[in-house]
Design a protein around this ligand. Structure first.
Ligand SMILES: Nc1ncnc2c1ncn2[C@@H]1O[C@H](COP(=O)(O)OP(=O)(O)OP(=O)(O)O)[C@@H](O)[C@H]1O
Length: 543
């Protein structure tokens, strides 16, 4: 028995160091540090907290990859701690349903550049044709039940592996689930993930009890569980299962199911769906800091009604995943045993799934942004694709390598013949169904404190919580990437015309309306931040 196994057997939580030792991947599976010139950059795939994600081809192996650029928000501070955490964790993990970090690539500034310029680092992962959010936005894609079951099984298997290894993902959402045209789903974006110090989930016992506090600055609002919206810090692996429930509902109906515009509104939508919480349905409710200001009007919940067309199996699994009581919310292991997967129609096998036109959430964002600035196109024209027909107007903008990109960089038949000038029309050209994307986990500086849609009952809670008190220009070190990031088309995204006027001024407003007095809020925040800092001289720490 290894040291880590005997620790497990003795019921002691595994230290991050023994976890790292027990999970070392074979050396051959990680290249190390290559030069950016080893990759031919083909186009832009996405934008996130770190900056941009590009599609590229390895000049050595010919394989398609994604390059995720690590932005140094403040060069003086060096490599962002959050990126370090993501890299460390991804290097340790090895599972078919977890995105694999294959290499790191470095781009050195040209000799003529400012001497203070630092090299740019890229994370290299296998290229995936879609993210689930992009795929679901594509109106030509309708997922069948066997397909949904297949993706759900893979998602739950990936999550079971993470939780069994004491890792909290903390940003479960459709845009972080990557899918390829071989039918494989992989969990991505470990920027908020960390080592979990509680017990691993036990069969039949949900997520169990939390044993220590963590920062509550996690999970994108639409996927955030009620206990986090009410500021529970002693949370468990079950926060990720709530996100799985939201993703499952999203796959069934084809769009996000809980699209709150503020924390209070998010809770109202949850009560509409799952019923208002009681001591029975959410034990410990009264002890949650966020419960004090809450007086929702009683309702039963309409989950059964809303999802009735998907059958009793789907409804039953959804109820288990969206359980208000986080302790008894189903865990990944038990969810995989749910009758939903054992009753017909049976889950498809990945290799049986159809392949689709590549779809990334960024395509949709890009289309909506361009649509607001471009005049209507003539029939058969190039609306939303810019004068170069390159689909992203990026070709000459000095991305990785600063060399500009080849024409047709968005050719979905990559490697095949060049597309006709207007062939690569993103699916989103035909779609206007979805509301703007939700804010990222800790982009609270943008204060989306609008009144809830449909009145929402004038809840005093209806503000965005966790408003950082620091200035946007001086972000604190640990949360910088979340703080600085522009939401993927969400209300915080300054580039979106419809939200342009709600940035700094609203941030100030919502801060002043936060339920906690500023000093308490700052103290809590600092405590969380300190707790999440890596030990000064301790072992490598997957956080
Ligand atoms: N390996 C990949 N293959 C294809 N697309 C990818 C890959 N990795 C990332 N992407 C695309 O880039 C987007 C952003 O990636 P990711 O979530 O890892 O970055 P991030 O900076 O952490 O984003 P965010 O902060 O918005 O969550 C994804 O939603 C996806 O569309």
């Amino acid at each position: 028995m290894s040291a880590s196994e005997s620790q497990e057997a003795a019921g002691r939580p595994q230290s991050p160091r023994s976890f790292a030792i027990a999970h070392q991947r074979p050396r051959s599976s990680f290249v190390g540090c290559s030069k950016i010139a080893d990759y031919e950059v083909l186009g832009k795939l996405g934008e996130g907290t770190f900056g941009e994600v590009y599609r590229a081809r390895s000049r050595k192996t010919g394989a398609l990859v994604a390059l995720k650029k690590i932005i140094m928000h403040n060069e003086k501070d060096g490599f962002p701690i959050t990126a370090l955490r993501e890299i460390k964790l991804l290097k340790l993990l090895s599972h078919p349903n977890i995105l694999r970090l294959e290499d790191m690539a470095v781009e050195h500034p040209p000799r003529s550049a400012d001497k203070r310029k630092r090299p740019i680092m890229y994370m290299v992962t296998p290229y995936m044709d879609h993210d689930l959010s992009g795929l679901l936005d594509n109106p030509s894609v309708t997922l069948t039940e066997p397909q949904i079951k297949c993706y759900m099984q893979q998602l739950l298997q990936g999550l079971e592996y993470l939780h069994a290894n004491r890792i909290l993902h903390r940003d479960m959402k459709a845009a972080n689930l990557l899918i390829n045209n071989k039918g494989i789903l992989q969990i991505a974006d470990f920027g908020l993930a960390r080592h979990y110090e509680g017990k691993t989930p036990q069969p039949g016992h949900g997520g169990g009890e939390g044993t220590r506090d963590y920062t509550a600055l996690v999970v994108t609002r639409w996927y955030r569980p009620p206990e986090l919206l009410m500021h529970l810090k002693r949370y468990t692996t079950s926060i990720d299962l709530w996100g799985v429930g939201c993703v499952f509902g999203e796959m069934l109906v084809g769009k996000p199911i809980l699209t709150g515009e503020s924390d209070g509104h998010q809770l109202e939508l949850i009560w509409d769906l799952c019923g208002t919480p009681t001591i029975e349905t959410m034990p410990g409710l009264k002890d949650l800091p966020g419960a004090e200001a809450m007086s929702p009007k009683p309702r039963q919940g309409n989950l059964g009604q809303r999802f009735r067309e998907y059958g009793s199996g789907a409804i039953s699994l959804l109820r288990e995943l969206l359980k208000l009581d986080w302790r008894s919310r189903i865990n990944a292991h038990d969810a995989l045993q749910h009758p939903y997967f054992r009753n017909p129609p049976y889950p498809a096998k990945p290799e049986e799934l159809p392949s689709f036109e590549e779809s990334h959430e960024y395509d949709r964002k890009k289309y909506h942004e361009k649509r607001t600035v471009l005049p209507p196109a003539p029939r058969g024209g190039t609306v939303g694709r810019g004068p170069n027909n390159d689909g992203d107007g990026y070709r000459n903008s000095g991305g990785p390598g600063g060399r500009g990109y080849p024409r047709n960089n968005n050719n979905r038949n990559f490697g095949g013949p060049a597309p006709a000038p207007d062939e690569r029309v993103p699916a989103w050209h035909r779609d206007t169904r979805l509301p703007p994307r939700p804010p990222p986990p800790a982009d609270y500086g943008n204060g989306r404190d609008r009144a809830p849609r449909g009145g929402g009952g004038g809840n005093r809670q209806d503000v965005d919580t966790y408003i950082p008190s620091y200035d946007r220009d001086a972000p604190r070190r640990d949360d910088r990437r979340r703080d600085d990031r522009r939401d993927r088309g969400g209300p915080g995204d300054r580039r979106r015309g419809d939200y342009d006027d709600r940035t700094r001024s609203n941030r100030t407003r919502s801060r002043s309306r936060s339920p906690l007095p500023p000093r308490d809020r700052d103290r809590d925040r600092d405590r969380d931040r300190d707790r999440d800092r890596p030990p000064r001289d301790g072992p490598p720490h997957p956080r």
